[in-house]
Design a protein around this ligand. Structure first.
Ligand code: ADP
Ligand code: MG
Length: 477
């Protein structure tokens, strides 16, 4: 039997606000346990939550970016459950009236095609605390710093039909929330977490199969592995005559398997009801207008523009628009005189590689876009070869000045004067009679040997095309 995979994702994006969603406590990551949870986050008696406007703005930005219906009036609801990391006994979330309604996102697939994935809704909620299981002599600790951190839960339709599509969608959402500046996207710190729902059905069957939900996945690699494991498991169960039970499962990265956590709870298990401490959120048109006006260029539009304006291939353009700082850096290099193809290559390969190696990022790159543009100009006008340019790049990186300064100080200007090159070529031909004879007898790949000798003699400064030309002329004479 051939099985079709059906996947829907729920993404939790931590919103990049300075303070919590309903209190003034800080959201900064990494503070000592329980130093950043205040009375409101813990719902002590006698305190009241006050909604953080910034969290609302973040949700609206997302809604506008995915062309969603915006809830003109949305309501916070209490989702009641007990868990050690939620001592107040309920989470403030949104249920019936979310702030962001139906929208969609276009996802580019590896095959080069793209697919539109439906977004069911996105709602605001508060995060819970965290259980710490290490270093407590067999006991667990609770850190409530994260309690009350604003989350946007983005729920997709069950529109994905393969694991690749699901991973591509998750990456696209990640890219989008980071572009919008509403989430720092740091998956290691838990700022972006995915719950993945998967079911299978025989090809051709319309009704969906029973799904399982894989909770709290915090890397794209784990997402792919967890879904792979779960897909195989479901197929085995069904083909072995069993039935899939709707449940919540946990992905264990160390064992690379999913395990049952609990049977799936229904919405009514949570006894949702509107939070009596919070007013409904009213969104007026002028705020939406402002958010639309301030919308940055979104990844897909930027990708298309890069392909068209800079005559780049889809792959190059994709790499360069992966993040806003990278795209901005590239455009600044082009503005500073870099030819687009060379600039694409140097920014992603040379600079990208060097930054990676040094553990730096674009924000603290030792080479500014202006310096990079200046360097690439000298490749384009043939002052230096691409090879020498790597030396110059290193010198700029080490703070020895911009390209022209380095080229002058180190005497790296390419020899393009054939008059100056000729005696060197003549000497090399005179010194290697055996190779000359072999070349003339038809062993043409020896040309490389001669080019190498000239390059060595000029310490790489000869223009390779001219060397080739001159050598051929003399050797074939
Ligand atoms: P709940 O509220 O119980 O989490 P939802 O109906 O809101 O359930 O769905 C949660 C997620 O599960 C959504 O992303 C949705 O696309 C996905 N989903 C629903 N049904 C299926 C299914 N049969 N197979 C795969 N994913 C599904
Ligand atoms: Mg859910």
């Amino acid at each position: 039997m051939q099985w079709e995979t059906v996947i829907g994702l729920e993404v939790h994006a931590q919103l990049a606000t300075k303070s919590k969603i309903f209190s003034g406590a800080s959201t900064a990551y990494g503070a000592a346990p329980n130093t950043q949870a205040c009375n409101v986050d813990l719902a002590f008696p006698g305190v009241l939550p006050v909604l953080n406007r910034e969290a609302v703005n973040c949700a609206l930005k997302f809604g506008v970016a995915v062309g969603a219906e915006i809830g003109k009036r949305s309501v916070f609801a209490r989702k009641n459950y007990f868990y050690p990391d939620l001592p107040k006994g309920y989470q403030i979330s949104q249920f019936e009236l979310p702030i962001v309604g139906k929208g969609e996102l276009t996802v580019e697939l590896e095959s080069g095609e793209s697919k539109v994935i439906g977004i069911t809704r996105a709602h605001l909620e508060e995060d819970a605390g965290k259980s710490l299981h290490e270093d407590f002599h067999g006991l667990s600790g609770i850190d409530l710093n994260r309690a009350g951190t604003p989350l946007l839960e983005i729920v997709s339709e069950p529109d994905m039909r393969s694991i690749k599509e699901a991973v591509a969608y998750a990456r696209k959402i990640h890219q989008l929330v980071v572009y919008l500046g509403i989430c720092d996207g740091n998956m290691q710190e838990g700022s972006f977490r995915v719950d993945a729902n998967l079911s299978i059905r025989p090809y051709g069957q319309e009704a969906f199969g029973t799904r399982t939900e894989l909770k709290n996945i915090n890397s794209f690699r784990f997402l792919e592995r967890a879904l792979n494991y779960e897909l195989e498991r479901q197929i085995d169960v069904v083909e072995g005559g069993g039935r899939i039970v709707q449940e919540t499962r946990l992905y264990d990265a160390d064992k690379d398997e999913t395990r049952s956590m609990r049977s799936k709870e229904e919405a009514n298990d949570y006894r949702y009801f509107p939070d009596p401490d919070l007013l409904p959120v009213e969104i007026d048109e002028s705020l939406l207008e402002q958010i639309r006006d301030e919308m940055p260029e979104l990844p897909t539009a930027k990708l298309q523009r890069f392909i068209q304006t800079y005559a780049l291939g889809e792959k190059e353009a994709n790499a360069l628009t992966a993040s806003r700082p990278l795209a901005d850096y590239f455009e600044a290099v082009v503005n500073a005189g870099g030819e687009t193809k060379i600039a694409a290559n140097w920014v992603t390969m040379e600079l990208g590689g060097a930054l990676n190696k040094a553990g730096l990022n674009l924000a603290n790159s030792p080479v500014s876009p202006e310096q990079m543009g200046g360097l690439l100009k000298r490749i384009a006008d043939k002052t230096i070869s691409g090879k020498i340019a790597k030396q110059v790049f290193e010198a700029i990186w080490n703070g020895e000045g911009d390209a022209d300064t380095v080229i002058k100080a180190k005497g790296l200007k390419q020899i393009t004067d054939t008059g100056a090159m000729e005696p060197i070529v003549d000497e090399i031909i005179a010194n290697n009679p055996k190779q000359v004879e072999q070349f003339r007898a038809g062993k043409e790949k020896l040309l490389g040997f001669f080019v190498g000798q000239v390059m060595k003699a000029t310490r790489g400064k000869a223009n390779p095309e001219q060397v080739n030309e001159l050598l051929l002329k003399k050797l074939k004479a």
